[in-house]
Design a protein around this ligand. Structure first.
Ligand SMILES: [Zn+2]
Length: 277
């Protein structure tokens, strides 16, 4: 699943490729990818507009259209990909939507089809239309994601810290990989209840959440089987992972075998020695 660093990498790729050229056509190959009841209205809203810039909020991509023409929203969910290519290039098997821009094309490819694309009409806030956007917590790189904020949020919550990190209303965009990695670096067991964490531990955790996300963005995202940058390049954070995906392998710090458990339906990876309960 693309996480914040992958989405940020895609955003940068889209900013390098799709801006300031008229959208001359839109072809929808799978109607349910479009989160709009009227496909014709979706197309009409986009054709002849231009993308001015791409923003990211959590894992949502928000393309701002020039001249106040609204926004184009994208959520990649499990397997969504954007590909910048030429119209004459053979269609990838799971191509769902094609946006034609000048002599190029932006393709939306999505094998499992959980991804969504929105057209936000002029004068409407993206959060009014794009489901889930409004309930997002602060961005990890924002000042609002402070030690104080984190401590206040954790105070009365008894659930495992790993589950809390995946809660998008705590902090936007942190997924399974970066939650596991930042807990390892902070020496916090994923099962530890939020309310029992000391302010110093939370401060360390906050610092590491930001660090692992920044490191991954610098490496253009993780190595995920289904993930590609907009230019079709695979990122390379995965080869540097401390615990994520390293079940039964030796801890890079103490050689203890990395364990994998199920937590809230997701897998959690940790070193029992470096991250005691
Ligand atoms: Zn260890």
């Amino acid at each position: 699943m693309p996480e914040l660093p992958e989405v940020e990498t895609v955003r940068r790729g889209l900013n390098n490729t799709t801006l300031n050229q008229p959208i001359t056509g839109v072809e929808v190959l799978l109607d349910r990818t479009i989160a709009h009841p009227d496909i014709a209205a979706f197309k009409a809203g986009l054709v002849n507009s231009q993308l001015k810039t791409w923003h990211r909020r959590g894992k949502y991509l928000i393309g701002e259209l020039a001249a106040g023409a609204g926004h184009l929203g994208v959520h990649l969910r499990m397997t969504g990909q954007t590909l910048w290519t030429k119209p004459e290039v053979t269609l990838e098997k799971h191509t769902r939507v094609r946006f034609f821009l000048g002599d190029r094309e932006l393709r939306y490819v999505d094998q499992r089809t959980f991804g969504q694309i929105w057209w936000v009409p002029p004068g409407v806030e993206p959060s009014e239309v794009m489901h889930g956007l409004k309930s997002l917590g602060p961005e990890p790189f924002d000042e609002a994601f402070s030690d104080r904020y984190l401590a206040a949020w954790m105070r009365d919550r008894k659930r495992p810290i790993k589950n809390a990190l995946l809660d998008q209303s705590l902090v936007a965009g942190v997924g399974n990989i970066y939650a596991d990695e930042s807990l390892f670096l902070s020496r916090i067991n994923p099962l530890t209840h939020c309310s029992t964490l000391k302010p110093k531990q939370l401060s360390t955790l906050r610092k590491h959440v930001i660090e692992v996300l920044e490191a991954s963005i610098a490496a253009s995202g993780t190595t995920l089987r289904d993930y590609r940058t907009v230019e079709g390049v695979n990122g390379n954070y995965g080869s540097q992972a401390w615990v994520y995906g390293r079940d039964k392998e030796a801890c890079r710090v103490c050689q203890t075998t990395i364990e994998r458990i199920k937590l809230a339906g997701r897998s959690a990876h940790f070193c029992p020695k470096c991250q005691p309960i």
